[in-house]
Design a binder for this molecule. Structure first.
Ligand code: NAD
Length: 455
């Protein structure tokens, strides 16, 4: 059973395999990003843990994200993931057709795939892991899940809840460790026929190569460089409030966050001024303070990467309107070495800049003017990603045209992050392969058989 180490001031996590907590042989350090100190030791699992326990086949949270986000997104959405899939699985139907001339009746049945390998990232650790576990077990599979090594504690605590909820031993197994070791062992395991992965495009490319010899079923939910396209007839007040949220929620560490904002030229200056003022009010600070919108970024390395993009933008002649290098951040003493960064708004970059092309995954967004609808579509589509896009306009015809022409798996109009779990979720281009959610999860986590009976 999970417990804090009495000898250390940090937690020591254990794998959860076959309904038992099993200690790791060696461990890796996991850091509290708001202080920079080690707060837990995560088992450094590999092939042995994935293989030798043969994979037979709800919610209290310790997380370093803000209390505000944990309360409003991560925890409620995790609960909802279980409720949704537990009930929606009861309502699926299959197909039936008759061939009178052949005297045949055809129908399909769906059956479980077997062991589902689930690999999830650190940015919404509980929400994204439950998004996979819930449909996988609802469809009758067992799972071996490998959460991010940077945010393993929530998954470890969830194991205890599985026990309390009476999930039979061996149905949900959680193996902790790094991607190249524990993650790779799962991807290259011959008895795991399905991998559902959420993470970066680079890792997905490796997973695709490694799983190819086994012809696995793959679902890849990847990065984004998501545009918001704002027309002059938009409700500016609502648009600014939402676009600040869509750019900076969870420190911008959400795959669906807006990172390129195209604004029709006639309202560009007004938008920029009001947007920068609103971004400055988006509060960054200690995550345990419920009045703070943002806490620390996930790690020192990630903070440095995000900062390097702001430095690059500066070197290319961009204007940094607020945030990094412009606004001061006052933090209490224990958090001065945490990985904090204030919402940063940049303008004056060409679309070809790396800052406009690459996923930064931090509280940084770029604002540019545009002149025509045609131009907005072309520039919105001008990146290798295609996860989500947001369109702001009161013109119904225009929003339909834009939604059809934008290369994105999800298009929001006059809103952001409104999610009906019945809708397919996933990206185009380098943002993903396959769709999950509702019917699509049902299809992904099951195999279909076509049966023909001659009478
Ligand atoms: P990452 O690709 O570094 O890691 C994701 C997971 O893959 C982790 O559990 C990691 O340990 C594991 N992993 C790493 N290398 C592996 C390997 N060789 N084999 C098997 N597993 C391996 O991504 P991250 O930094 O944890 O997460 C951020 C990324 O996730 C961003 O690109 C973000 O856009 C993306 N993301 C996408 C969605 C979506 O739904 N499309 C949602 C959240 C995050």
């Amino acid at each position: 059973m999970p417990k804090s180490s009495e000898k250390h001031s940090y937690l020591v996590l254990e794998n959860y395999i076959g309904g038992k907590f099993i200690s790791g042989k060696s461990h890796i350090d996991s850091y509290n990003p708001s202080t920079g100190e080690v707060y837990c030791k995560v088992p450094d699992s590999g092939k042995e843990e994935v293989r030798c326990h043969k994979v037979y086949d709800f919610l209290m949270v310790l997380t370093w994200k803000t209390v505000m986000l944990a309360r409003t997104v991560d925890i409620p959405r995790s609960v909802y993931n279980f409720r949704f899939f537990a009930s929606s699985v009861l309502h699926h139907t299959t197909d039936c057709s008759q061939m009178d001339h052949m005297g045949c009746l055809n129908y399909t049945v769906r059956c479980q795939v077997g062991v589902a390998g689930l690999i999830s990232p650190w940015n919404l650790p509980l929400y994204l892991l439950t998004w996979k576990i819930a449909p996988a077990i609802a469809m009758g599979n067992t799972v071996v899940a490998k959460p991010s090594e940077m945010t393993s504690v929530t998954a470890w605590m969830m194991c205890k809840l599985f026990e309390e909820a009476g999930v039979p031993p061996g149905v949900v197994n959680i193996v902790f460790g790094t991607g190249p070791k524990a993650g790779d062992a799962l991807v290259a395991h011959p008895d795991v026929p399905l991998i559902s992965f959420t993470g970066s495009t680079g890792t997905a490319q490796r997973i695709t190569e490694r799983s190819a010899p086994y012809c696995k079923k793959l679902s890849l939910e990847l990065g984004g460089k998501n545009p918001a396209i704002i027309f002059a007839d938009a409700d500016l007040e609502r648009c600014i409030e939402t676009t600040v949220r869509s750019s900076f929620l969870n420190q911008g560490e959400i795959c669906l966050c807006t990172s390129r904002i195209y604004v029709e030229r006639s309202i560009y200056s007004e938008f920029l001024e009001k947007f920068v003022a609103a971004a400055r009010k988006w509060k960054t600070g200690v995550p345990s303070d419920p009045s703070n919108n943002n806490g620390a970024l996930i790690s020192k390395e990630h903070l440095e990467k995000v900062r390097s993009f702001v430095a690059l933008a500066k070197s290319e002649g961009a204007v940094i309107h607020c945030g990094e290098g412009v606004d001061h951040l006052d933090l209490p003493e224990p958090n001065k070495s945490g990985y904090f960064m204030r919402p940063t708004v940049i303008s004056g970059l060409p679309d070809r800049s790396r800052v406009m092309q690459e996923e930064i995954f931090g509280p940084v967004t770029c604002v540019c003017p545009f002149d025509t609808e045609e131009e907005a579509v072309a520039r919105g589509n001008g990146v290798r990603y295609g996860l989500s896009a947001t369109v702001w306009s009161k013109d119904v015809g225009r929003v339909h045209r834009m939604a059809q022409r934008l290369q994105a798996g999800l298009v929001w109009t006059n809103c952001w992050l409104v999610r009906d779990l019945n809708l397919p979720f996933g990206g185009m281009k380098h943002s993903g392969v396959g769709r999950e959610g509702g019917k699509d999860s049902y299809h992904f986590f099951t195999e279909v058989k076509s049966i023909t009976i001659k009478h």
